[in-house]
Design a protein around this ligand. Structure first.
Ligand SMILES: *Cc1c(COP(=O)(O)O)cnc(C)c1O
Length: 373
């Protein structure tokens, strides 16, 4: 056996032994938060389509019209031939929604975070990252080559202490955090973070992947990034910022410059979804209301967003609970390390405007039956 084969097989058996191997399961999604796996129809609580817009007929029609008119792919980097007018339109709409001068659309949220941070800071600079920040925020920090320190999750005093200790020895500083944390569903104390940031001349990048359209309002950071792939039901990523910052990233963010532009259909779908979100704000209130109904029924702390963790602990126990729920008709995927810290495997329950209260109650009751409090 080649060294490559034996390396891969050794690593896989280690993952198997720790219940950390991940497997792809063929799954199709349908209207009304349904998912199909093989012959089974499941109510999905594992999609980030918080507003149910990925199957909205208006969004689907916008994508279909764009494919018919402009083809399937962008054809090149946006700096070459891929800068479709639909991208310019969604950028203007995103900037207006966030109240910034400008916006820049990337191929995905992951690519946005890989590109933004290294274009702004590098060796000799300082980055402070919330301990529970998403993998792509860490990825951008690592690529940048800046000194990267972790502050305790949502702990503004810890952040202030680290800045007081390290800021003076570095040229520029950035703070990376999330408006709504992806695996815990809690919110960052953004007003306090922005205050500390200003006192130490640090630039705050907020990842709003799970906030847009669901948890709106509150203070805004100078760098607001997010995704078109969750509440907007499409695909792509974005940064909202000043015109100068957007112009700089257009030239210097490598994950923007050296990759193909977003397909026109993805831009058209996101543009239509953003328009719907703005004229139907009640859609955005529903996932949070359902999440709160669920936490009340389970006796959990009140939900702060559309994401609710049901803590389990051991990875194999989380897998077993997820499998038992699937047998009862619910798709609730187990989240295991390294996505979450060791010993905190969980079910991550995501609520959508496409769910109804009866489905939420049925899920809560199934969890109570399988895992008595
Ligand atoms: C999903 C997610 C991303 C990545 O966005 P994609 O568009 O799916 O690449 C970035 N940050 C957070 C917090 C996320 O949850």
């Amino acid at each position: 056996m080649s060294s490559l084969e034996s390396f891969a097989r050794d690593k896989l058996s280690g993952l198997d032994a720790a219940a950390l191997r991940r497997r792809l399961v063929p799954t199709t999604r349908a209207v009304d938060a349904m998912a199909e796996r093989g012959a089974r129809r499941l109510v999905s609580f594992s999609c980030n389509d918080y507003l149910g817009l990925s199957h909205d007929p208006r969004v689907v029609a916008a994508a279909q019209q764009a494919v018919a008119a402009y083809g399937a792919g962008a054809g090149g980097s946006r700096l070459v031939t891929g800068n479709h007018p639909l991208l310019i339109a969604i950028e203007a709409r995103l900037a207006a929604h966030k109240g910034t001068e400008a916006a820049l659309v990337f191929g995905s949220g992951y690519l946005a975070n890989l590109g933004i941070t290294p274009a702004l800071v590098g060796a000799g600079d300082l980055i402070l990252v919330d301990a529970l920040a998403h993998a792509c925020m860490w990825g951008g920090a690592r690529i940048s080559g800046a000194t990267t320190l972790t502050f305790r999750h949502n702990d503004v005093a810890d952040l202030g202490r680290l800045l007081a200790e390290h800021r003076a020895r570095h040229r520029r500083a950035m703070i990376l955090t999330e408006r709504v944390f992806s695996m815990d569903g809690d919110r960052a104390p953004l007003g306090d973070i922005l205050g500390v940031a200003e006192a130490h001349d640090a630039w705050t990048l907020v990842d709003d992947a799970h906030g847009l359209g669901v948890v709106e309002g509150g203070p805004k950071a100078p760098l607001e990034m997010g995704t078109l792939s969750k509440s907007l039901g499409s695909y792509g990523g974005y940064l909202c910022a000043s015109q100068a910052v957007v112009d700089l990233l257009t030239s210097r963010a490598r994950s923007f410059v050296y990759t193909t532009g977003l397909p026109p259909a993805s831009a058209a779908a996101a543009l239509e979804a953003l328009a719907i979100l703005e004229v139907e704000p009640e859609r955005g209130a529903k996932p949070l209301a359902l999440a709160r109904r669920f936490t009340a029924r389970l006796g959990l702390p009140e939900a702060e967003s559309a994401v609710v963790p049901v803590m389990v602990g051991a990875a194999q126990d989380a897998l077993a609970l997820s499998a038992a729920l699937e047998a009862r008709g619910f798709l609730v995927v187990a989240i295991r390390p390294p996505t979450v810290p060791d010993g905190t495997a969980r079910l991550r329950v995501a609520f959508s405007a496409a769910h109804d209260a009866a489905q939420v109650d049925a899920l809560a009751d199934a969890i109570l039956a399988l895992r008595p409090a």
